[in-house]
Design a protein around this ligand. Structure first.
Ligand code: AGP
Length: 617
């Protein structure tokens, strides 16, 4: 939800911190701030709004130094104001702290701290944490503050906290020392030459180093120019692994594109190739998914599959339900993670759970995973972010390998999720009902998919023109049947989240049960109508819309002339089997939403009120 960055080294800290913050801006952009520690003084700068406002403030009020922490905020507790912007200070003003997460018991702690004379200057839960650490230091009453004293105070304070945190801390009396800790919110240490970094996401670090340590829950880090230590919240050292990040600065920059979203849409041929790489076995005519950690006989004993996620990932899960049921003939259900975590629906013993999450940090999805594991169900994850909490807490799973997705609107992660679900359906199908011939045919189709996606992307200019044509409309309907119903939902979500236009997705046949009342000359319907078994039904529905003067934009299979005759506009996708159409049909809808939002002047990469990963309920 928020993003934090810390730096200690020989370089000027401000440019490093600002660069890191800009790369984390997708995590929140309500306000931003930093603290630099120099010559025993803390210099704080905070600004409401985007990082550029903080950068401007720093031009007017520059600050130099080689150690600092910074933060970009997505407001949870307290409105958007400078007072609520991080970093927050303790009572003495000697300790500064930045925080990503939510302190659930902050009200009780705040009352208690007020009783001890603390005066709060913000409404945030984070200031409570800063005050609490400061209070623990005060109780020790020892000066000067040493590294051990501060770590001890952090441990005591953090043990009292309910909720989630990834924090960065500096203290006036500890020059050259950067501190961090995590529980439930990501935190990564970047190891440079004579410098160290802290960040919520490696994207903030890869321009400086690819050597990182992903901190685990209940771990703390102390870093200085030439070294670092990792210890546990309980006290004592921890073993850790130094990882090399697979991607570099190029992949987290916009390159030649004006927006991350457009770049990520155009990356899809390659992201899909990467998702499949090494996973197609022509010999056995199946998919190889070793990360599931399940033998064929264990998979065969699965009686039911549950798929869960939020937002776009939930739409992918809905497609997955169709895929696994039709390819593997296995009963499959799909549920919002936010519902699953609180429901007590009966789940048979041999239920296999998949949670789906690009970030691997979504709070509701994580809680659904934990709940299913608590009840003894084998629970697997389909994630993009390899070091994420969901990936770590699951019993296994499949990495999407789609590469970093920075645009707030999910694009390439959706198509990779649907592709992974195809691979899972193929694998389970091959141990149940699919013959090797059928398996081979599916593999052949999968291999051709990236080229078909390239063909769809080649129609980008025509889709841009179409988006401009409809940009003055105030309301949109998206309609699809079967596995293309979730595609309609995804098309509607893309449009509303980046253009703020009301757009809703529906099963096409539901039109006549009420939704048709919305049809008029100014309400376009985007109908996904590929040449499949229900094409004639879709054609009739399109006629019904046209009879009521509703404009129709159809997404259809190349060469289907009858569609051209009834729809006002047609977006063509290459011929493909039903199980791959949801991928091909979604891409034009991503482009349509993107170009429409751009023509309305919207900030597509950072839509209002949203953040990329939602780590609160
Ligand atoms: C979609 O464009 C949104 N970014 C949002 O719905 C997102 O898919 C959802 O918050 C789930 O995120 P996750 O995949 O990281 O768990």
């Amino acid at each position: 939800m928020c993003g934090i960055v810390g730096y200690v080294g020989k370089a000027e800290a401000v440019p490093v911190l600002l660069d890191g913050l800009r790369r984390l801006e997708y995590r929140g952009y309500d306000s931003a701030g930093l603290v630099i520690l120099r010559d025993g003084e803390l210099f704080r700068r905070r600004a409401v709004g985007r990082i550029k406002n903080l950068a401007k403030l720093l031009e007017e009020q520059p600050v130099a130094g080689h150690l600092g922490i910074c933060h970009t905020r997505w407001a949870t507790h307290g409105g958007v104001s400078e007072a609520n912007a991080h970093p927050h200070l303790d009572r003495s003003g000697e300790l500064a702290l930045v925080h990503n997460g939510v302190i659930e018991n902050y009200r009780d702690l705040r009352e208690e701290l007020i009783g001890h004379g603390c005066e709060f200057r913000s409404q945030t839960d984070t200031e409570v944490l800063a005050m609490l650490v400061g209070r623990e230091l005060d109780l020790r009453g020892e000066t000067p503050v040493t590294k051990e004293l501060l770590l001890g105070a952090m441990r005591k304070a953090l043990r009292r906290v309910q909720g989630t945190y990834g924090i960065g801390v500096v203290h006036r009396q500890l020059p050259g020392m950067l501190f961090g800790a995590r529980r439930g919110s990501p935190l990564v240490l970047g190891i440079g030459k004579g410098e160290h970094f802290l960040a919520s996401d490696v994207a903030a670090l890869v321009t400086h180093t690819r050597e990182v340590v992903y901190l685990k829950d209940y771990e703390m880090v102390t870093a200085w120019e030439d070294g670092f230590e990792i210890s546990s919240l309980a006290g004592g050292g921890c073993s850790y692994e130094i990882n090399t990040v697979e991607f570099g600065a190029e992949e987290v920059s916009k390159g030649k594109y004006p927006h991350y979203m457009l770049k990520e849409i155009f990356e899809q041929p390659n992201s899909l190739r990467d998702t499949m790489r090494g996973r197609l076995s022509s010999e056995e005519a199946t998919a190889i998914l070793g990360g599931l950690n399940m033998s064929n006989s264990e998979l065969r004993s699965v009686e039911r599959v549950v798929l869960s996620g939020c937002g776009t990932a939930h739409h992918a899960a809905m497609v997955g339900e169709y895929l696994i049921e039709s390819m593997a003939q296995l009963p499959t259900e799909c549920e919002f993670a936010s519902e699953l975590r609180y429901r007590n629906a009966p789940m048979p013993k041999d239920t296999l759970v998949f949670v789906i999450s690009q970030s691997g940090e979504t709070a509701d999805t994580l809680a659904a995973l934990q709940e299913c594991r608590r009840k003894g169900h084998r629970s697997l994850a389909i994630c993009n972010n390899v070091a994420s909490t969901i990936a770590r807490e699951s019993d296994g799973g499949v990495y999407m390998h789609a590469g970093p997705e920075i645009g707030v609107a999910a694009t390439k992660s959706f198509t990779s999720q649907v592709l992974v679900l195809n691979l899972i359906a193929l694998l389970i199908g091959r141990i149940h009902n699919l013959s090797s011939m059928q398996g081979r045919e599916i593999l052949k189709e999968l291999e051709q998919l990236p080229e078909k996606v390239e063909k769809v992307l080649a129609t980008g200019d025509a889709i841009a023109a179409l988006a401009r044509k409809y940009a003055s409309c105030k309301n949109f309907l998206f309609l699809g049947r079967q596995a293309n119903y979730p595609v309609a939902l995804e098309g509607a979500l893309k449009l509303k989240e980046i253009s703020y236009l009301p757009a809703t997705g529906h099963p096409t046949a539901e039109l006549k049960h009420g939704i048709i009342a919305l049809i008029n000359e100014e309400t376009p319907s985007v109908v996904i109508a590929p040449s499949d078994a229900v094409f004639d039904k879709n054609l009739s529905n399109i006629e019904e819309i046209r009879a009521r003067k509703g404009p129709v934009i159809a997404v259809g299979t190349e060469g289907n002339r009858s569609l051209e005759e009834v729809a006002d506009d047609v977006i063509w996708i290459p011929e493909a089997p039903d199980y791959l159409v949801p991928i091909l049909a979604t891409i034009p809808l991503q482009l349509f939403a993107y170009h429409l939002a751009v023509s309305l002047g919207c900030d597509v990469d950072k839509p209002r009120n949203l953040a990329k990963s939602v780590t609160v309920e």
